[in-house]
Design a protein around this ligand. Structure first.
Ligand code: PMV
Length: 315
């Protein structure tokens, strides 16, 4: 018995930061993947990571206690003790860039581990097992990363509510460029900067939150109408507001301006900001040239499909 499972990364399309204060956000699964390749074993649950160069038995875990948690969750769901396995993990997803790399690894691992125990990796089981793993890594995460990686597509979420996969959406003829500035950032500091400014705006802050809800609604309409031009405009608008709230960075601005003036539909920071990553929605035929221009300026660029499927079993 063997398993090969891949699970996608996520980006926040729009609504980051505002979502912390109660308005809506849309995230999407993107075509960068973590993979788990597993087989049954005689003893131990041995995980090897290509990217980290670590081999570890989860039963006395040190670095992969998140995956041990997922394995225990899956075994408990069928009232069994965790079973032995050997699972190799590899990932194309940049670590610490706000793209949900730990969640994608947890999703791929969970589906693979369930299969090795003869259990069908249902969406619900994988979602919950990966969330158990994410709690070890992030404390009390919103759950959006493991949700998007499990169910894929475009996902609407709001604090305290179940995420919803948007139906009937597509963005034909487009590519998403994920532009890594390489500038380290802290989500906590960025959330503080944003929240301080929001508080200082008093009542106006509430109006901006309502405005962002409308921007997200319009973006969903644009996705349903396959209207990349309109979505691009809304991405630009979202970025303008995030910039005004103090969470942009010179390097993000440079990347965004290069993308826009070379033909992107729209571009913005994604995730926490103050460094980290930007996204640009571009016509497929211009993806190559825009990406080269960005690389010339020293950015790392990933050219990906947006709204891809959630985890897939490849064997
Ligand atoms: O870059 P990340 O993945 O840490 O994204 C943070 C997104 C925020 O909206 C800024 C914070 C949050 O918890 O939603």
């Amino acid at each position: 018995m063997r398993c090969v499972v891949r699970a996608p990364a996520k980006i926040i399309l729009l609504g980051e930061h505002w979502v912390v204060h109660g308005s809506k956000a849309v995230a999407a699964a993107v075509g960068l993947y973590a993979r788990a390749l597993g087989q049954r074993a005689e003893q131990g649950i041995v995980v090897s990571s290509k990217n980290l160069g670590i081999v570890e038995d989860l039963t006395s875990c040190h670095r992969f206690c998140n995956l041990w948690e997922a394995a225990q969750y899956i075994a408990a769901s069928v009232s069994r003790r965790p079973w032995p396995a050997r699972i190799h993990i590899e990932s194309d997803i940049p670590i610490g860039a706000g793209m949900g790399s730990s969640a994608a690894v947890a999703v791929a691992f969970s589906a693979c581990y369930a299969m090795l125990g003869g259990i069908k990796p249902s969406l619900n089981l994988v979602l919950r097992a990966a969330y158990a793993a994410e709690k070890i890594v992030h404390g009390n995460p919103s759950g959006i990363d493991n949700t998007v990686s499990t169910i894929g597509g475009f996902v609407l979420y709001r604090r305290g509510e179940n995420p919803i996969r948007l139906s009937n959406v597509s963005l034909k003829g487009t590519k998403l460029l994920i532009i890594d500035t390489g500038i380290p950032r802290s989500t906590k500091i960025a959330v503080d900067v944003f929240s301080t400014r929001l508080r200082a705006l008093h009542g106006l802050g509430g109006s901006l939150l309502e405005l962002m809800n409308k921007v997200v609604d319009e973006a969903i309409t644009a996705l349903r109408e396959d209207d990349a031009t309109k979505l691009g405009l809304l991405l630009d608008l979202s970025h303008g507001l995030l910039n005004a709230m103090g969470v942009s960075h010179e390097a993000l601005e440079t990347a965004i301006h290069i993308a826009r003036r070379s033909g992107a539909y729209g571009a913005k920071l994604t995730g926490a900001g103050m460094g980290g990553t930007a996204i640009a929605l571009v016509p497929s035929e211009k993806a190559g040239i825009i990406s080269s221009l960005l690389k010339e300026r020293g950015f790392r660029v990933f050219e990906v499909e947006i709204g891809v499927n959630g985890f897939t079993i490849q064997s």
